[in-house]
Design a protein around this ligand. Structure first.
Ligand SMILES: [Zn+2]
Length: 57
């Protein structure tokens, strides 16, 4: 008997690429620094690690 139930590439790819979208990144309007956006925390409550400006989207 043949098993035709095996699919190649069943591993989950852990690609942490850069993607804009909901819950993606916050951008500093002053210096352009991007930081990963934490879920539940609005970007405008996050300070830029470089210049201290409030982040935006
Ligand atoms: Zn900045």
């Amino acid at each position: 008997m043949q098993q035709g139930n095996q699919r190649p590439g069943g591993g989950r790819g852990g690609r942490g690429g850069q993607g804009f979208g909901p819950g993606g990144q916050c951008v500093c309007p002053s210096c352009g620094t991007k930081v990963p956006h934490k879920r539940g925390t609005p970007c405008n409550q996050i300070k830029c690690p470089k210049c201290g400006t409030m982040m935006t989207r």
